[in-house]
Design a protein around this ligand. Structure first.
Ligand SMILES: Nc1nc2c(ncn2[C@@H]2O[C@H](COP(=O)(O)OP(=O)(O)O)[C@@H](O)[C@H]2O)c(=O)[nH]1
Ligand SMILES: [Mg+2]
Length: 235
């Protein structure tokens, strides 16, 4: 609880038994009220590890990053409503102080969506070239097609819960973060990007940007999302 704001953390997880303990331990208790881990059909002990470390576990057997996030949002909407949702990847190893930096502007009422943008020199080595290139390409298309300028599509982000519900998110895959920021901007929400450090996954296996084909697959999903959003908003 921070200044009377209930903060829920949502972590989509697929085979993350190794990295979850570190992520869950890093969540500052002074800020975070509840952690929901969505086990997206993991073959390892993700669910048991998450529960043991105090998280609420939601099962979503239908695979997909967005599908997992949607399942988590549905759960949050059915309980004690949070004021703010913070999305955190299961391999996150940023500085715990960043949690407050990303949540802060929503608490202060100066932003509705705060995107942790992976900027700065230290990130250049942490993100493989194909992930960086894909990110840049997609963001350039967003600028051309929608006129919205973003520095990143990073997963680490905080959003006011009522704003999130107003976006009627439905992307079930890697287009999730892209859809969120396009819709937020189109709806006229106040979107802010704050720089965060991005370090290479310390433990466990990278499933997307760990390989060129992984990045390409995620990029293709994003282009699909981009086309869909463009057709929906300008028809
Ligand atoms: N829901 C869901 N999450 C996934 C899947 N694959 C990876 N993830 C999660 O998405 C996040 C990013 O995956 P990661 O492997 O770290 O990708 P990278 O950062 O690009 O290397 C992590 O929290 C993973 O657990 C999947 O198929 N479904
Ligand atoms: Mg990762």
């Amino acid at each position: 609880m921070i200044s009377g704001h209930r903060v829920a953390v949502l972590i989509p997880a697929y085979d993350e038994e190794a990295s979850l303990p570190g992520v869950l331990a890093a969540m500052p208790r002074a800020v975070v009220d509840e952690v929901v881990v969505v086990d997206n059909g993991s073959r390892d002990a993700t669910a048991a590890v998450a529960a043991r470390h105090g998280a609420t576990v939601v099962q979503e057997p239908r695979r997909g990053y967005g599908a997992a996030c949607l399942a988590g949002v549905r759960r949050l909407a059915s309980g004690e409503l949070p004021d703010i949702v913070l999305f955190v990847d299961a391999d996150w190893n940023g500085d715990p102080a960043e949690v407050e930096r990303v949540v802060g502007p929503v608490v202060a009422g100066t932003a509705d969506l705060v995107i942790g943008a992976r900027m700065g020199a230290e990130n250049r080595s942490a993100m493989p070239w194909h992930a960086r290139a894909g990110n840049r390409f997609v963001l350039e298309l967003v600028r051309t097609l929608f006129g919205h300028r973003f520095a990143d599509l990073g997963p680490f982000r905080a959003i006011r819960f009522t704003s999130l519900l107003a976006l009627h998110m439905d992307d079930r895959d890697w287009g999730w973060t892209l859809q969120m920021q396009i819709r937020a901007a189109e709806l006229g929400l106040r979107v802010l990007e704050v720089p965060v450090a991005h370090r290479r996954r310390a433990i466990g296996r990278s499933k997307i940007s760990g390989s060129v084909t992984g990045s390409a697959r995620a990029g293709a999903k994003m282009l699909y999302t981009l086309a869909r959003e463009r057709l929906a908003t300008r028809s």
